[in-house]
Design a protein around this ligand. Structure first.
Ligand SMILES: [Zn+2]
Length: 281
């Protein structure tokens, strides 16, 4: 494959620029999807129209201002930079635009660059970005509503399995199934013994995420998820507040942990790490 690319240098430039632009658009689609899922399935608008009507609103309605509903047109619709083209506000109602969308689109572009550099696999990189998109939806419902929606899980499993196959030639094996069964057993046990410590959805999602990580990477997944959760929770704590009462949206951290695990596996596979790390990884 490397020889093929070196014969057509202009093709390489085309793939990189095209790939980054497609990734920006995927970031735009998934950040809008995350916003709309919360709004139409969890917000006041969840009672408007039929399920199909809301599904159509979520998936194919063009981007519009969150505040006045004015359709976004022209240069402003361009991912990442549209935020600056619009002068950071809606042209109709002048309400400031949330910079998170632009940031999110840029992160998707960055993820494309990192994943494609490390893997050299274009299709795998897009499967990984789609996985990250669905993780973003889960993280956002969990962050805002403390709820993980189950409709999203099949997509995470589908794109996760596809990423595994395209990046690492890996299909779920016996060891991965053992990981899944053990994770489910431990998480459901914790859920039934200490129902306040964990949500039911966490007990469904975490084992599925561990299955995607496989053996032995579930260890990295578990450590990075809880590690980041603890660090963020401690840093965000208000003075004098007891940590035991702070609800932690674990779905957010499991999502971050899963994406990080895939990136760590890419780094480990790329041969970029010094030899001494073989001892650990
Ligand atoms: Zn507006």
């Amino acid at each position: 494959m490397a020889e093929f690319y070196s014969e057509f240098p202009s093709l390489v430039i085309f793939i990189w620029i095209g790939g980054v632009l497609i990734s920006f658009s995927m970031g735009s689609f998934y950040s809008t999807l995350a916003y709309r899922v919360v709004r139409f399935y969890y917000g006041k608008e969840r009672k408007i129209g039929s399920k199909l009507f809301r599904l159509r609103k979520i998936l194919i309605e063009p981007s519009s201002c969150e505040s006045c509903g004015n359709k976004i047109t022209g240069l402003v619709i361009f991912p990442v930079f549209g935020y600056w083209f619009s002068k950071k506000e809606c042209s109709n109602c002048k309400v400031p635009i949330n910079p998170l969308y632009s940031l999110c689109e840029a992160v998707f572009g960055l993820l494309f660059v990192v994943a494609f550099l490390l893997s050299g696999k274009l299709l795998g990189t897009f499967a990984f970005l789609a996985l990250c998109g669905h993780l973003l939806v889960s993280a956002s419902t969990d962050f805002q509503k403390f709820s993980l929606d189950y409709e999203n899980l099949p997509f995470i499993l589908l794109f996760g399995a596809l990423t595994n196959y395209l990046f690492f030639d890996a299909t779920p094996g016996k060891a991965d199934l053992i990981v899944y069964v053990c994770f489910s057993a431990v998480f459901f046990l914790i859920y039934f013994l200490f129902p306040n410590a964990m949500g039911f959805a966490d007990a469904v999602f975490a084992p599925a995420f561990a299955l995607l990580c496989g053996h032995p990477w579930w260890i990295f997944f578990l450590n990075s998820s809880y590690g980041i959760a603890i660090i963020v929770t401690v840093l965000k704590r208000k003075k004098g507040e007891s940590l035991r009462r702070v609800p932690i949206p674990m779905g957010v951290y499991f999502s971050i942990g899963l994406a990080l695990t895939f990136l760590a596996r890419l780094v480990s596979n790329s041969g970029l790490l010094p030899e001494w790390t073989n001892f650990i990884l």
